[in-house]
Design a protein around this ligand. Structure first.
Ligand SMILES: [Zn+2]
Length: 626
């Protein structure tokens, strides 16, 4: 690590020691080397790299100050370290034969890191954060341009195309589904069998399925092949037929109406009745499945715990029961899935944006972070599609919805706050201060940000949220301070907060300075992400687009090749008709060959959200007409 930052290393040292022992126990194989160094590098294109005995990281993912970091920043470090250490066995001790198997390497390390961190720190509730991140993989995998998780690799570009959300997140989610279906102990025993049989050797994906199948006797290879070698994922529809629940499946958003893809779908079905709360394990086949209804008025949760990689839609009767009892009887994960599935049906054009807004209106008593994150995702898109007076009334509605939840928490940390409560406080400050344009929140955010900048202790998630809110309403004076911190702050996390807030300033002159800095003072490893945030700016995105396209050669030369895909990732947020035309035709001429399929996906996502805008603008204008 760079000298002078030694005091930031103690947290990582602490979070690295326990996983090493935990993995040794889980795998039942001791760590396969004599020493292990973790090294922070000041300019590093990747997140981290699992060299045996010497793992390298970008600074934000290894160095932090426990006093000033937020719970999620700490979890990021712990999860990254655990991911790299999981690779010491799965990836280093046993290595994939060829690049087609890289998905399993990465998906498995992703899955194992959450399993490990959850075991060591159950209070962090990391599986819930994982399921929240999964929303991104769901979005990509609903596209026509999605891909199968595994595919043949012939060229270096085929290999670099593997490093995406489908590999890490869908892959990790599919393994979580498998583990929940087989049961954690049987799954672990199968992993031990696999690692022992293939130590210091190379494997194909099937070797893992075969080991799990030998261990459990379940049809693992058949079930998993469908998820690994077919694109997309199913929507499960549940309906009540007398005293039976009937399950059917179809691909979620088939681009071709004749698409008949089906999956063997492992599903945990929960039924809550007056005197019982039971969970049944099913495998839904191509022709569907069924289960006795536990009681006429049972509450049915078809993806209990949310572990299956599916969306769920209910008939009207079952859905009404769920909505009526959501806050009392559903877990936070299950409510998050309900909100996310509803938003997905709006994006897909299956439901009006009003269905989503009606649903979330019932959530002002909601207390859980992942549910609010799902709500805010949908509301942030709506905010892009509404202008003028209706936008003012939309902001009123945001304040009405979010205020009660924020007032329960207040500005200051309370005795007994969970890590999620602490993060939620920041999330709601952003929602009110930015989406709700709430002047009281903005004034208090200025105060908190000023205190934090002058070294006074401020609750870290409040300090982090205040940076975002102040940038949104700030002018040239704040900008000078923010830029100075973006280039040099006390910790990598603070530096990142200020750097990623720069594109939030609403003055075009300040945006111009931020854009220029990506070719100057901002480090190459960070430049693509600042540009992506700038492209995603609700109002100044077109200015960033003009900059990026006019300086394309210079930008591409400066940023690491593996980060170039961040540019279309940001540009996909430009959804006004002329912007869409420009972005689509520019990238038709300017390929990103190392991530070609991801480029096609971002372009399709832009078209999907442009189509959503075309439908939602009129609906929102009417809803918020006053
Ligand atoms: Zn990895």
């Amino acid at each position: 690590m760079p000298s002078g930052r030694e005091h930031l290393a103690s947290f990582a040292l602490e979070v690295a020691a326990s996983p090493l022992n935990w993995f040794g126990d889980y795998y039942a194989i001791a760590y396969p080397d004599a020493k292990l160094d973790n090294v922070a590098l000041p300019d590093f294109a990747q997140g981290a790299m699992e060299n045996l005995g010497c793992v390298t990281y970008r600074e934000t993912l290894l160095l932090l100050d426990p006093e000033t970091s937020t719970p999620l920043e700490r979890i990021d470090v712990a999860e990254t370290v655990a991911h790299e250490l999981a690779h010491m066995w799965f990836g280093d001790l046993v290595t994939m034969r060829w690049w087609n198997g890289i998905w399993l390497n990465e998906a498995f390390a992703t899955f194992m890191s959450y399993l490990c961190v959850d075991a060591l720190h159950p209070e962090w509730r990391v599986w819930e954060s994982f399921l929240r991140n999964r929303a991104n993989a769901f979005e990509v995998d609903a596209l026509e341009s999605t891909r199968t998780i595994e595919y043949p690799v012939y060229s270096p570009h085929d290999a670099s195309g593997m490093f995406d959300t489908l590999t890490y997140t869908k892959g990790g989610a599919v393994l979580r589904m498998l583990e929940q279906w087989l049961g954690p102990d049987r799954f672990r025993d199968g992993i031990r069998r696999y690692l022992t049989a293939h130590a210091y050797a190379n494997t194909e994906t099937h070797d893992l399925w075969d080991a799990l199948e030998e261990e459990t006797g379940e049809p693992v290879r058949r079930a998993m092949d469908a998820w690994i070698f077919q694109k997309g994922y199913p929507a499960i529809t549940v309906r009540r037929d007398g005293d039976v629940l009937r399950f059917s499946q179809r691909r979620f958003v088939p681009s071709d109406p004749g698409d008949r893809t089906t999956w063997p779908v492992p599903l945990l079905v929960r039924q809550v009745t007056d005197d019982a709360d039971r969970v049944d394990t099913l495998l839904i086949e191509a022709d569907g499945g069924e289960l006795p209804l536990a009681a006429p008025d049972a509450l049915v949760v078809a993806n209990a715990g949310g572990a299956s990689f599916v969306r769920v839609f209910y008939d009207d009767d079952l859905r009404e029961r769920l909505l009526a009892r959501a806050l009392d009887d559903l877990t936070a994960v299950e409510r998050q899935c309900l909100v996310d599935d509803t938003w997905a049906s709006v994006v897909a054009g299956d439901a009006s944006v009003n269905v989503f807004l009606d649903l979330v209106e019932g959530f002002s008593q909601e207390t859980e972070l992942p549910v609010w994150q799902a709500i805010v995702t949908g509301l942030s898109w709506c905010d892009r599609f509404v202008e003028g007076d209706p936008r003012e009334r939309f902001r009123d509605a945001i304040r009405d919805l979010v205020r009660p939840a924020f007032e329960r928490l207040g500005w200051d940390a309370r005795e007994g706050d969970s890590e999620f409560d602490r993060e939620l406080r920041g999330e709601l400050i952003r929602a009110l201060g930015i989406l709700g344009d709430d002047p009281e929140i903005q004034a208090q955010a200025r105060e908190s940000e000023g205190q934090s900048r002058s070294g006074e202790p401020v609750e870290p998630p409040v300090a982090a949220a205040a940076v975002d809110v102040v940038a949104t309403v700030g002018g040239p004076d704040e900008y000078e301070e923010f830029m100075a911190r973006a280039l040099d702050a006390d910790t990598p996390q603070e530096q990142e907060r200020y750097r990623s807030a720069l594109p939030r300033f609403r003055d075009p002159g300040l945006m111009a300075r931020t854009l220029e800095a990506t070719l100057g003072t901002i480090r190459p490893q960070d430049a693509a992400f600042v540009l992506a945030h700038s492209l995603a700016s609700r109002d100044l995105g077109p200015q960033a687009w003009a900059f990026v396209t006019s300086r394309w050669e210079t930008v591409i030369e400066r940023i690491p090749a593996s980060n170039a895909i961040a540019l279309p990732a940001g540009a996909r947020m430009l959804t006004r008709p002329l912007e869409v035309d420009e972005v689509q035709s520019f990238f038709a001429e300017h390929d990103i060959p190392q991530n070609h399929q991801m480029l096609l996906q971002f372009l399709e996502r832009q078209r999907v959200f442009a189509a959503l805008r075309a439908r939602a603008e009129a609906e929102l204008r009417v809803r918020f007409a006053g």
